[in-house]
Design a protein around this ligand. Structure first.
Ligand SMILES: Nc1ncnc2c1ncn2[C@@H]1O[C@H](COP(=O)(O)OP(=O)(O)OP(=O)(O)O)[C@@H](O)[C@H]1O
Ligand SMILES: [Mg+2]
Length: 425
């Protein structure tokens, strides 16, 4: 029997297969001249890439970015799909004049992920354990959560996974962490990803494997890497593109440049929605009525040349650099537009204070649900890409003491744990 685990992440996905002895093999995907175990949860459509029947063909994963960059930005990228699973407003989107439902997009992504994973793992069968966040982004009610799970389940079935078990992502990470233990522990697992931050308190260890493992509490919040990126964009890029300035309308009235423009800009994949003829007219009006037209022309340059992905890369690059150094140079250049700024970690931390505060409150909640004091937690296991952010780590250092903190498997812990979980069921 195949024991397959799938971590469908907002930014990165991974697939693992557990063998009888408890080792997990992760699918590896070609990327440039090398291989990677992370599959970007991204879909790319090229206008001219169609099958024999004229249907658009999509590419997912590492190949999607390569194809997009090769095409010089002329195609459409769909990213962070998972963040919209619970959003009833997001039913379909138009790509090259054809409507694609959310489930269709997700099915394309999962089918491609499956096919590419099978190249290194062999046939995966129909049975799978799939991760889910404790709280989906955009989910306000239990019904919204169920809606997200239903859409994910339909797309998984379309990709040939018809026997699906869902497991909380931080619980899966706990399985991964447990495999390293030689004694029992009460562990707080914190998984900081691209779309959500998820927390579980679990009793794990050698004597608890299988039956005696107890989950004491789960909680989560839809704030993670994407939200941190949005803050960098807001503070570093948006002001250079005219946020906070004003212009004189055709009728001589002084008006602020609308802030909704920059709210859209904060999610780079919303940029294509900004590019309507009506908006372009508005930008022209702003440019002719502004004392300095260059900022809004800069924004138009980004939209005209589909630079959203490149802009987002520069933002993420700066954020990642600030995990290592206390200062970095943000640089985005596409002549004539140039955004260059020194960004300090201290400034970044002041911008993300609300997000880190909300994560901290979620930790309070999960402890309260488990009816445990911080002192009753033996270990804290931090994982997920955004756990590299120093301000996020500090939250736990301060509350639990550095000696209790363990980190690791940032990009693979959830997929590995899900495969182990598949072996248990
Ligand atoms: N060194 C780093 N410093 C800061 N952020 C980082 C670093 N490395 C990766 N990230 C961020 O981590 C996020 C991706 O992490 P991960 O792959 O764990 O998320 P995911 O599993 O796709 O998302 P989710 O679990 O929310 O669905 C991205 O926002 C990325 O920018
Ligand atoms: Mg994740």
């Amino acid at each position: 029997m195949m024991c397959v685990g799938l971590d469908f992440g907002t930014t990165n996905s991974a697939i693992g297969v557990a063998s009888d002895d408890g080792t997990v093999r992760l699918a590896s995907f070609p990327y440039g001249a090398a291989f990677t175990e992370t599959f970007r949860s991204i879909l790319y459509f090229a206008a001219d890439r169609r099958d024999a029947r004229g249907k658009l063909v999509a590419v997912a994963g590492p190949g999607a970015i390569e194809a997009y960059l090769e095409a010089d930005g002329s195609g459409r990228l769909v990213q962070s799909l998972k963040s919209y699973l619970a959003d009833r407003g997001f039913l379909a989107t138009n790509i090259f004049h054809k409507t694609h439902t959310a489930v269709e997009l997700l099915s394309l992504l999962l089918k491609d992920l499956r096919a590419k994973a099978e190249e290194s793992l062999g046939p995966l069968g129909s049975r799978i354990v799939v991760g889910r966040p404790v709280r989906f982004a955009h989910a306000d009610t239990a019904d919204d959560e169920a809606f997200a799970i239903e859409r994910l389940g339909t797309a998984l079935a379309n990709a040939g996974f018809t026997e699906v078990t869902f497991e909380y992502e931080p619980v899966a990470a706990a399985y991964y962490y447990e495999s390293t233990l030689d004694r029992d522990e009460t562990v707080l697992v914190a998984d900081f990803g691209g779309g959500t931050s998820d927390f579980s308190i679990v009793e794990v260890g050698p004597s608890r494997r299988k039956s005696a493992r107890r989950i004491l509490a789960n909680d989560g919040v839809a704030l993670a890497g994407d939200s941190l990126d949005a803050k960098v964009l807001h503070h570093v890029v948006a002001p250079v593109l005219g946020m906070g300035t004003s212009y004189r309308t055709m009728f001589g009235k002084e008006l602020p440049v609308p802030v909704w423009i920059y709210a859209k800009l904060r999610r780079w994949h919303h940029l294509s929605f900004l590019k309507t003829p009506k908006n372009m007219e508005l930008f022209d009006e702003i440019a002719s009525g502004a004392s300095d037209p260059r900022p809004i022309r800069g924004l138009q340059h980004v939209l005209d040349n589909d630079l959203g992905y490149h802009l987002y890369r520069a933002v993420e690059h700066a954020k990642v650099a600030l995990s290592k150094s206390t200062t970095t140079t943000f640089l985005f250049e596409d002549s004539p537009l140039k955004v260059e700024a020194e960004v300090s970690r201290a400034a970044f931390e002041s911008w993300i204070a609300d997000e880190v505060g909300a994560m901290s409150e979620c930790v309070d909640r999960v402890l309260a649900t488990a009816k445990l004091d911080a002192s009753a937690i033996d270990r804290v296991f931090l994982t997920g890409g955004s756990s590299f952010v120093p301000a996020v780590r500090r939250l736990f250092d301060e509350r639990f003491g550095v000696e209790k903190i363990r980190t690791g498997g940032e990009m693979v812990s959830v997929a590995t744990g899900l495969a182990l979980r598949a072996r248990d069921t």
